[in-house]
Design a protein around this ligand. Structure first.
Ligand SMILES: [Zn+2]
Length: 159
């Protein structure tokens, strides 16, 4: 799987390929020459089906799934808005505007279907992709986020 690793303060550490089968204990991340080693916590991190269950960077047991948004989708959205603007300004016949919007919508649906699922950590926002994702991982949830945030804020002061 491909990992975009982040520190506990959510600053980006770097990207790396990590094998779920080999489960390396350490990961070298950073720009060439400035690499640093980060320890991966594999304790109960993979379930019986071989799926990632928790974040191996910060140890948080709550992950959520999301789709990676292709950059083209943003371009498609801008294109759609400009078509509407041109239509409102009266430069195009309604049929052309509607037809263009339908084409743009079709492109967007195809792009969305081709985008891949990934897992994100609620605490450190590290992302994991390029592997199968267990069904019990849900989309982002505000209540879970609040619970994780309150846990993270409580832990440094309580020790
Ligand atoms: Zn994490």
């Amino acid at each position: 799987m491909q990992v975009t690793a982040r520190a506990t303060d959510r600053s980006r550490l770097g990207d790396a390929e990590v094998s779920l089968d080999e489960r390396p204990a350490r990961l070298r991340l950073g720009e060439p020459g400035k690499e640093r080693e980060h320890f991966l916590d594999w304790e109960r991190a993979v379930d019986d089906g071989g799926h990632l269950r928790k974040c191996v960077l910060c140890g948080c047991d709550s992950l959520y799934r999301s789709r990676s948004m292709p950059r083209l989708t943003i371009i498609v959205a801008v294109l759609a808005l400009s078509v509407v603007a041109v239509g409102l300004a009266g430069y195009g016949t309604p049929t052309i505007v509607v037809a263009t919007l339908l084409v743009v919508a079709a492109i967007d649906v195809v792009l969305w279907m081709r985008s891949e699922w990934r897992l994100n950590c609620y605490r450190c926002r590290s992302t994991f992709r390029g592997m199968s994702i267990a069904r019990y991982h849900r989309s982002w949830d505000a209540r879970t986020q609040r619970r994780i945030d309150s846990l993270s804020q409580a832990s440094p002061g309580s020790s």
